[in-house]
Design a protein. Structure first.
Length: 256
């Protein structure tokens, strides 16, 4: 498989769980055909560490944004600084931003405020978005429709095929995590089978969401090949075809 090139479209390589062996993780990714890794931003205080990490590695690409999971830590000034940070550092995308409507998450109105503000910034700066959507895909679609010319990816997609098709029409790609490696993931396996290959991306979401073989362990980009193999199995297509097209999709979206 040495001729394969894969893009991990979503990996939190800046997180502390990689502090002890980050360089080895990056080397293992290279050995496992991962040619590029997209690193999403989560909170203002961590943007500089992503910028530094990516500056030292050609294959790592930065995004800056305010993640809904940490909504209670964001403030209005963060949005002003996000605009300035995007202008100064030209990230490959804005994110991750979005909505997480699980019960324990932050106030929905506050999440919506930061999400729509970031959609506005993406419209203004004409850059792709990395969107987090958990139990919120209907509302995410409604929010995207309020703006024009947006594009991007829905990371670790968990919605329906019908919603995926609406998102494709709105300019968004569907990013598939290792959730697809679990036999009980019927909904996402159906999405993978039913939407065009030209609209799919692969991601690990490491250190979270390990595949079935690594259940309970820390996830890392080297494991992306297991998601690739699962998708090839579901679609009954060669892994080379899936690899080539999803890599082309990622390169086009992020201009890498
Ligand atoms: Zn993420």
């Amino acid at each position: 498989m040495s001729e394969l090139h894969l893009v991990d479209a979503h990996c939190h390589l800046d997180f502390e769980s990689f502090d002890n062996d980050r360089e080895q993780v990056i080397q293992r990714a290279e050995k496992n055909n991962i040619s590029d890794i997209i690193i999403p931003g989560t909170q203002k205080k961590y943007w500089p560490r992503i910028r530094k990490l990516c500056a030292g590695h050609n294959q790592l690409h930065a995004c800056y944004g305010l993640h809904p999971y940490w909504t209670d830590r964001h403030c209005e000034q963060d949005l002003v600084e996000l605009a300035a940070y995007i202008e100064a550092n030209t990230p490959v995308a804005l994110g991750e931003c979005g909505l997480d409507f699980r019960p324990q998450q932050a106030d929905r109105e506050k999440q919506l405020h930061f999400f729509e503000a970031q959609l506005g910034l993406a419209e203004k700066f004409r850059i792709p978005l990395v969107i987090h959507s958990v139990n919120a895909t209907e509302v995410v679609i409604r929010c995207i429709k309020k703006f024009s010319g947006l594009r991007g990816m829905i990371h670790s997609y968990s919605g329906s095929t019908e919603q995926a098709k609406q998102l494709l029409d709105l300019g968004f790609l569907i990013s598939i995590s290792a959730a697809v490696t679990y036999d009980n993931a019927k909904k996402i396996r159906r999405v993978v089978r039913d939407i065009p290959l030209t609209t799919l991306l692969l991601e690990t979401d490491a250190p979270d969401q390990p595949d079935r073989q690594h259940s309970g362990e820390r996830n890392e980009p080297a494991y992306l090949v297991n998601t690739l193999e699962a998708i090839a199995g579901i679609r009954e297509q060669d892994i080379e075809i899936i690899a080539k097209q999803t890599t082309a999709n990622a390169r086009a979206l992020f201009t890498i």
